[in-house]
Design a protein around this ligand. Structure first.
Ligand code: PGA
Length: 253
């Protein structure tokens, strides 16, 4: 059985220590009390250490939003896997906003996945098609390619540890989520299918795959009833106090 996982991607919000801590202190105990679902906060780098401290007595997980693949070097502004290891347990890799605005490619995502696993960080690998690809019927081929590229060169054991987030670009921040049935189909046929080709059916069944894109407290339950959907990567709704309710509803399905 795959334990569902809800991750809150704060993006470039709540980056000041005072505002991040004020928010975390209001949700941490309720969030911690929820059973049956892993929950992870992914705040900006500037507050990772403070949030880590604030959630230390809880079972809430912590993740970064990106990282470099090298351990150290002349990479101004970048954060290394060595710096994150010990501070958090997860790292979001290949988010579409970074693929679009920060030149992240399938190749750099793959390097980062290897680096994350080498440092005991669980990668949350984002894949997703844009609207034109979706309307042209290219979703299956495109997402399959992204998944194969991201996982290239991993061992079966490493692949099984990865988390994948299916985030169609047209659903991110738009209020227009994919239908739960469509998300279920892409995750089951395309994403698990691509994993199975290289790593076998058992691995495909072991990998946790989230849906992301306009998930909120109202629609989370419909996604969670889908057999292939193992939780959600949540942007905007993770910045609100009712993120707790969202996680509660995910846990009660
Ligand atoms: P959203 O963002 O929930 O605000 O649509 C999701 C994401 O980008 O991870």
């Amino acid at each position: 059985m795959r334990q569902p996982i809800i991750a809150g991607n704060w993006k470039m919000h709540l980056g000041r220590v005072d505002e991040a801590l004020a928010f975390v202190r209001r949700i941490r105990y309720q969030l911690n009390g929820i059973e049956g679902v892993d929950r992870v906060l992914c705040p900006p780098f500037t507050v990772l250490a403070s949030v880590a401290e604030a959630i230390r007595p809880t079972r809430i997980g912590l993740g970064a939003q990106t990282m470099h693949w090298e351990e150290q070097g002349a990479h101004t502004g970048e954060i290394s896997p060595m710096a994150l290891a010990g501070l958090c347990q997860y790292v979001i890799l290949g988010h579409s906003e970074r693929r679009a605005a920060n030149n992240e490619s399938d190749d750099s995502v793959n390097r980062k996945v290897h680096a994350a696993l080498a440092h005991d960080l669980t990668p949350i690998i984002c894949v997703g098609e844009d609207l034109a690809q979706n309307e042209a019927g290219q979703t299956h081929e495109f997402i399959g390619g992204q998944v194969r590229a991201a996982l290239a060169g991993l061992t079966v054991e490493q692949a099984a540890q990865c988390i994948i987030a299916y985030e169609p670009l047209w659903a991110i921040g738009t209020g227009k989520a994919a239908t739960p049935a469509d998300a279920n189909r892409v995750i089951g046929l395309t994403i698990r299918g691509a994993i199975a080709e290289t790593f076998g059916e058992a691995t495909a069944q072991a990998v946790r795959v989230q849906y992301g894109g306009s998930v909120n407290a109202e629609n989370i339950a419909a996604f969670m009833t889908m057999p292939e959907v193992d939780g959600a990567l949540v942007g905007g709704a993770s910045l609100k106090l009712d993120f707790v309710e969202l996680v509660q509803r995910a846990a009660s399905v």
